[in-house]
Design a protein around this ligand. Structure first.
Ligand code: AHR
Length: 505
């Protein structure tokens, strides 16, 4: 049966700019958690493992995603991590109780191996330091180990481990989710603010070229949000370059219309953090602007009940292995629109995580690798969403859901890549029954024509991809064309789309 049509309009103009997009907005995250490292990026003995034990099949997909930066080694895990356990000869490294996820950590992968992996994967490292059980000393020593050229205890230790050249890791997180009662060594805002300030001071003395991320709230639902940001930034403002945001989205109620609107929650969260940063800026009479690092975001809820049944003290148990549905992919597409719409202040963001653990890439131990549904909007936005984010004017019919009012059916973000003479319209149709017919005025892009319209759609919102069976994947038969300077696009019901236009020769 033909779908009913709903009309929407938008205007895209070259001059309506949000910002140059920092490519690090397409970052991701690898934590020593579950099978992210062991059985994910690293599996010696696997037929596709390279000489260091890194799975080349996984690395190929990471490269396909063009992930610019990967946060490491945690997450909750970093708050009780001794970085020294993970360097030096592998057979001398200790096995430890990893308390955050109640697993065994054998430290076969540590800082140097991860940097090697990142280089091979063509990505940068965003390193987190332990401000839970440890503090200034461990952080400054790790930085000396990774970034100082040589002639000192820790830089020479690195050299003795076979790494003559410094790693020069630029981006550092001052702890992880220190507001969370679950966090090892969790702190009040005042306690964290003082410790983060003193740690940041020491770290910038070791290497003034680094950038630092001050810990924001673990989610906008925390009772201490946004006072946490205000109090901690009062302390860390001088040294911090970014404040972090974390948020995971759920659909426990199985309410698709409400779930698809949750990017509005992200939008609101970002807005509040920007305001809080600027409030502290004003209070301090400062000229410096703090930007945002949304360094944990994704859908996470499918695996929560299963995880309660996992026996503790295993090495690399299957934890947080959410199997993503088609509707999750549609929301992920909208979350990416939201990050782009705020790219004037959101300079880094990490889809959490990258492999096996709430991830776009899944593996079988000893077996295959495959793409989850959420791989696709992440892939297309990362690869084609480079350049300048534009601010489209959108006129769309709206709906109300359980938690949201005035949710536009049309959710969109637009990127202009001047060098490639390419205009990319990313668009979600949130309507569960109707096709959206979008009239998009792009008269300022004279001579541009449609070259590709990719559509991610599926009749079953709960369709998933499993090994050897990829039910949800995009097709290239989207219907759009140009008419008198207007892009006419057809967005099927509940779909995510990418329309690329180029200057016609
Ligand atoms: O990404 C999974 C976990 O979520 C991280 O370890 C933690 O920072 C967050 O609560």
């Amino acid at each position: 049966m033909a779908q009913e049509l709903t009309n929407a309009k938008m205007i895209v103009d070259k001059d309506f700019k949000v910002s140059e997009i920092d490519p690090r907005i397409y970052g991701s995250f690898i934590e020593h958690l579950g099978r992210a490292v062991y059985g994910g990026i690293y599996e010696p003995g696997h037929p596709k493992a390279d000489e260091q034990g890194f799975r080349s099949d996984v690395m190929d997909l990471v490269k396909e995603l063009q992930v610019p930066i990967v946060r490491y080694p945690g997450g909750n895990m970093v708050s009780a991590y001794n970085w020294e356990d993970g360097v030096g000869p592998k057979d001398e490294r200790p096995s430890r109780l990893e308390l955050a996820w109640r697993s065994i950590e054998n430290n076969r992968v540590g800082t140097n191996e991860f940097v090697d992996w990142a280089r091979k994967a063509g990505t940068d490292v965003m390193m987190a330091v332990n401000l839970g059980t440890r503090g200034i000393d461990a952080a400054r020593n790790l930085l000396e180990y990774t970034n100082h050229p040589g002639g000192t205890y820790y830089s020479d230790l690195r050299r003795s481990h076979g790494y003559e050249q410094p790693h020069n890791i630029k981006t550092w997180c001052l702890g992880n989710e220190m507001d969370g009662p679950w966090q090892l060594g969790g702190k009040t805002a005042g306690e964290y603010g003082r410790l983060a300030y003193e740690t940041a001071k020491a770290m910038k003395l070791v290497d003034p070229d680094i950038e630092l991320v001050s810990c924001g709230s673990s989610s906008s639902n925390m009772p201490t949000f946004p006072q946490w940001e205000a109090t901690t930034l009062e302390h860390t403002y001088e040294y911090a370059d970014y404040v972090s945001l974390h948020q995971y989205y759920t659909n426990y109620e199985n309410d698709t219309a409400n779930f698809l609107a949750k990017s509005m929650e992200m939008d609101h969260f970002i807005g509040t953090v920007v305001s809080t940063c600027d409030y502290i800026k004003a209070k301090k009479r400062s000229n410096k602007m703090i930007n945002l690092s949304f360094d944990e975001w994704n859908v996470w809820f499918h695996s929560t009940a299963e995880d309660q049944k996992v026996e503790p003290w295993q090495t690399a148990p299957p934890l947080l292995e959410d199997v993503y549905t088609f509707e999750d992919a549609v929301l992920v597409g909208s979350l990416l629109h939201t990050l782009l719409k705020h790219s004037d202040r959101v300079k880094m963001a990490c889809m959490a995580q990258l492999v096996n653990v709430i991830a776009p890439i899944m593996t079988d131990n000893g077996g295959q690798v495959w793409k989850q549904t959420i791989f696709y909007p992440y892939y297309y936005t990362s690869v084609y969403g480079r350049g300048t984010a534009l601010n489209p004017v959108v006129h769309s019919p709206k709906y109300d859901s359980k938690d949201f009012t005035d949710v536009p059916y049309l959710d969109t973000s637009v990127v202009y890549n001047e060098e490639k003479e390419e205009l990319v319209v990313f668009a979600t149709n949130r309507h569960l029954e109707n096709t959206l017919k979008v009239d998009c005025d792009i008269r300022s892009f004279e001579g541009f024509g449609v070259t590709e319209h990719v559509v991610l759609e599926h009749d079953d919102p709960k369709a998933v991809n499993i090994v050897g069976q990829e039910q949800v994947k995009p097709h290239h038969n989207g219907k759009s064309h140009m008419e008198d300077g207007h892009l006419q696009a057809i967005l099927p019901k509940m779909s995510w789309n990418m329309i690329r236009l180029h200057k016609q020769k």
